[in-house]
Write a new protein. Structure first.
Length: 278
């Protein structure tokens, strides 16, 4: 589920801090896998020969593809060595490789399905459209690019990250100055349609908003530690991280009411695209 991207304007974290944590990501694996199942169900092909899972993470989305297409040649790529190690352990019969999607081109010719579960949002904003069109161009005629991305930058969970980073007179004010605006918004459906329609015979775009039941506000923190909160925490020392998380948690408690049974509902919108090459 990962691809390398932190900030176009600020310094990247040290190499030792860049990798994703498969263990942290897996804390909410069912919730993270559900969109992959729903995306795979909308891929119109019934018997593709070659399927590649882009940003395969720990292999949860790849396993969905294996279930849907048991006779296909299925492989996965990711930029995280930790994620790939987990994927290889989970699906030892499949091929997994290290790759950066900004430059990735598959070997051995065209592909029938490019599949991606929550990765393209991490790519640099100015190159997303270019990368997506390049992938469609690499498909076999009638092949499919199917992907989903979180569409939650305006949700309180992510607004609170940026507000916490921008809080004045904190130990992290200077270190997180480049993250106050967060990552770039993902292209709108109209932009995606205009970019892909010259290459495609059909484009299916939709949005789904999930309402995940969380045990507590602390559980929301654990969720985003595996994804959106990583660039903020990676730039801080352990002590600074504790202070940042404490203030971030306080903001979450202001934004998300506790349900009568003590749980917290986390709204989580996701954007889905299934594009079929002409």
């Amino acid at each position: 589920m990962s691809s390398r991207q932190y900030s176009a304007t600020g310094p990247a974290p040290p190499a030792t801090e860049r990798d994703w944590s498969a263990k942290q990501y897996a804390k909410f694996l069912d919730e993270r896998t559900r969109p992959a199942r729903e995306l795979a169900a909308r891929v119109p092909l019934t018997s593709p020969k070659r399927v590649i899972d882009l940003g395969c993470g720990p292999g949860n989305s790849t396993a969905v593809l294996v279930e849907r297409y048991p006779d296909a040649d299925i492989s996965g790529v990711d930029s995280s060595a930790d994620m790939l190690a987990k994927a290889k352990k989970t699906l030892p019969k499949l091929s997994f490789g290290l790759a950066n999607l900004e430059t990735y081109t598959p070997d051995d010719g065209p592909v029938d399905v490019f599949f991606s579960n929550a990765v393209f949002q991490w790519l640099p904003g100015q190159s997303r459209i270019q990368i997506l069109t390049r992938l469609v161009e690499g498909l076999s005629p009638g092949g499919v690019l199917a992907f989903q991305v979180p569409n939650n930058l305006s949700e309180p969970s992510h607004v609170a990250m940026r507000d916490t980073a921008a809080a004045p007179n904190t130990p992290w004010t200077e270190k997180l100055a480049h993250l106050k605006k967060g990552r770039d918004e993902f292209p709108q459906p109209t932009e995606l349609h205009d970019a892909l329609s010259p290459l495609c015979s059909d484009i299916d775009i939709w949005e789904t908003k999930y309402f995940h039941t969380m045990e507590s506000h602390e559980a929301i923190v654990e969720w985003v530690k595996g994804t959106g909160l990583r660039p903020f925490l990676n730039a801080l020392s352990d002590t600074e991280q504790e202070g940042f998380v404490r203030e971030y948690l306080a903001r979450l408690k202001e934004k998300y009411p506790t349900q009568r049974n003590g749980t917290v509902l986390l709204p989580y919108p996701r954007l889905f695209v299934v594009a079929t090459k002409a």
